[in-house]
Design a protein. Structure first.
Ligand SMILES: CSCCC(=O)/C(O)=C/O
Ligand SMILES: [Fe+2]
Ligand code: NI
Length: 185
C-alpha cells in the first residue's frame, strides 16, 4: 500500500502525518507542487521484466502521458531482488540530490521510496504499483529501493541530460528512515 509520511526536518523520529489514503497523499503533495495519482495497472508484470516487455504492456499509458506532457524519451527502471548489481543500484540514489528535469515515474510493479526535502519538511512517499508521481525539477530528494529491490517504473523525460543527479553533499538522507520493504504490503 502506498504511504506518505511527513516530518519536520528536525524530527526524523516523529512523523507529523502518516497516511495511506490516496486522496490525502495527493492533496498533501499537491501543496508542494508534486502530482500524485493512483492508476489501475493494465497488466501484471514482474520486477526485472525487460524494457521491451514493459513498453508492450503499457503502450497506451505511455503514449497518453507522452502526448499530454510532451515527453521526448521514455525508459524503464526494472530490478529484481536477485540482481547482482542491486547494492550499487541502490547506492546511486540514496543521497540527497536534484535534477534539472521533472522526475516523472509510473510504478507498474513493486515499490520504492522517494523522499522529498522541501521548505523544512521531509515528505517520505512510498510508491507502489499503479502510482504516477511527477516531482518538479530542482526538488531536493533521495530514492531508496531497499536491500532487495523489486520494482518496475516507467520514466518520462523531456531532456534525458537534465536527469543527471546533482548531489548536495548533505547528510539529510542518512537522518531519515530507510525504506523498509515490509511496510509496502
Ligand atoms: C523510480 S525510478 C529510479 C530512480 C530514479 O530515477 C531517480 O531519479 C531517483 O532519484
Ligand atoms: Fe532522482
Ligand atoms: Ni498528466
Amino acid at each position: 500500500m502506498s504511504r506518505l509520511r511527513i516530518f519536520d526536518e528536525g524530527q526524523p523520529d516523529q512523523p507529523i502525518l502518516n497516511t495511506a489514503d490516496a486522496a490525502s497523499i495527493a492533496a498533501e503533495l499537491d501543496r508542494i507542487g508534486v502530482r500524485f495519482e493512483q492508476w489501475q495497472p493494465r497488466a501484471d508484470v514482474q520486477p526485472g521484466a525487460s524494457q521491451e516487455e514493459i513498453f508492450a504492456a503499457f503502450r497506451e499509458d505511455i503514449d497518453r502521458v507522452v502526448a499530454e506532457h510532451g515527453f521526448t524519451t521514455v525508459d524503464v527502471a526494472s530490478i529484481a531482488p536477485d540482481n547482482p548489481n542491486r547494492e550499487a543500484a541502490r547506492a546511486k540514489f540514496l543521497d540527497e540530490h536534484f535534477h534539472i528535469e521533472d522526475e516523472v515515474r509510473l510504478f507498474v510493479a513493486g515499490a520504492g521510496q522517494f523522499t522529498l526535502h522541501v521548505e523544512g519538511r521531509v515528505y517520505e512517499v512510498l510508491c507502489t504499483k499503479g502510482d504516477y508521481i511527477a516531482v518538479p525539477d530542482r526538488t531536493l530528494h533521495w530514492f531508496d529501493m531497499g536491500p532487495e529491490p523489486a520494482f518496475v517504473a516507467i520514466r518520462f523525460f523531456k531532456d534525458p541530460e537534465g536527469w543527471v543527479g546533482h548531489f548536495t553533499g548533505t547528510d539529510w538522507a542518512a537522518r531519515f528512515p530507510r525504506y523498509e520493504p515490509e511496510s509496502a504490503a
